[in-house]
Design a protein around this ligand. Sequence first.
Ligand SMILES: [Zn+2]
Length: 550
Amino acid sequence: MSASVNSAAVRRSLRETFGITRLHEGQQQVIERVLAGDDTLAIMPTGAGKSLCYQLPALHLEGTTVVVSPLISLMKDQADKLAKAGVTALQLNSALSRREQDEAMQRIAGSDAAIVFATPERLTDTDFIDALKKRRIALLVVDEAHCISQWGHDFRPAFLEIAQALKRLGEPPLLALTATAIAEVVQDIREQLGRPRMHVVNTGIYRPNLRFEVAQATREDQKMELLLDALRKASGCGIVYTATVKACEEVHERLRAAGESVTCYHGRLPAAERRANQDRFMNGDTRVMVATNAFGMGIDKSDVRFVIHYQMPGNLESYYQEAGRAGRDGGPADCALLFFRKDKQVQQFFLAKRYPSADDLQAVHAVLTAAAQPLALEAIAQTLNGVTRNRILVTLKLLRDAGIASANRVHAWSLKPGVPVDIERFRELASAYEDKGERDQEALERMVFYAQTGFCRWRVLLEYFDEPMPQGDRCGHCDNCLRPPPERVVEDDAQIAVPPISASPFKTGDEVRVARYGSGRVQQVAGGEVTVLFPDGVARAFVAEYLRTA
Ligand SMILES: [Zn+2]
């Protein structure tokens, strides 16, 4: 059975169950593919109605739709909304009591739930997979799919388990959803999920209601002045992002002392306090939320009028995701970055700790060698005090994929007997991450470039996401577009010289390198813009700062 998005039955459930008469073009395209049983990756901006892309098909596909989401709070919201609309939706996550979980498992195996929500961690639970296997799985949905990619800005090791679950479930059709994904992330999502031919529907990220600007600070304490000033001028509610927990607490304290209506959110707050602070911001009791990037994914607040970054994030993808939480209602919203050069060091510190090294592999291997029985992640983390759980998980996965270690039914890890290893082998395995580290470094440079450029901010963002400007090469409303043109210098002989935004060090015929596309040859140079022809036959334009001599 394969319904069409335009069939009377689908139109009727759209109207009667969801109270909607018209789909956006992107939703239409995605739903059409999902109903046809095609594997699809949908890249849609926040607020574009991603969840409808699986909820509507779920009612018309034969079998159960399984939605994998890292967001327990979102899961609950969605399940409640669906229940109100008369759709049977079950959820399985750690927020439920043991009894509720058992009950949900029984219902999954025995009833006709249209939609089952689960965390990625749950997919490693053999009982859960066995329960699902009793049903026909019509579709597996991966929400926030960029989390599967170590190229992405929000990598979660648990997402690496999804591929195994797909196999155990007999490879059902797949729908992956994300708000943003650069080319490498798209490729990585396809590879990690084992669907190399997954179709991509990208509805574009341009949102003309977002006004981008950057304020330059020359001293650390100047940022606080800039922030207080921005908050005085800003109307409505908004988010202030910091890169570290320490800065989050400091900024929160300063704003509180300055009489601002403010709360905070970061990963080191107790869960109950985090939840309470989030609720106060969400229901409008507090105007400003100061937060680390722990706050945001799946936060459904449409009237955020400003997002101010007190410290820059590590790349433009993170920046756009976070800034893009402003103005989801389509109304005008401000996205400001307070740029202080030294903040780059904070990100460099994170980068250095991001990927496992040969030493990590050796350390984890040594812990497993010394253990008398299989060890759970927690036990390994306790022994290796100071190494993050994420990093240990990625290390364990490397060891598993190399056939050196394995996990049992209850996720306890042990070494496979008789596999010889030495430091050389560990170096070899870790080298897979060297390239990633280099690209991360480059992504950070582009973040800095964004902050310092004289080009239209939207243009730089769109270029990063490989998307064209919708019209012309300026948005017309970012700080750079609104800035008056550089003053003309009148020289003695009355010649008029306009200082270029940036002069290009390249000339036609030069061989240059761009991390994402490899080497190419310069075709044309115009001001700071360089057009490069690549071996794939496509000419792409870049601002000169993105290029390196090959
Ligand atoms: Zn602009």
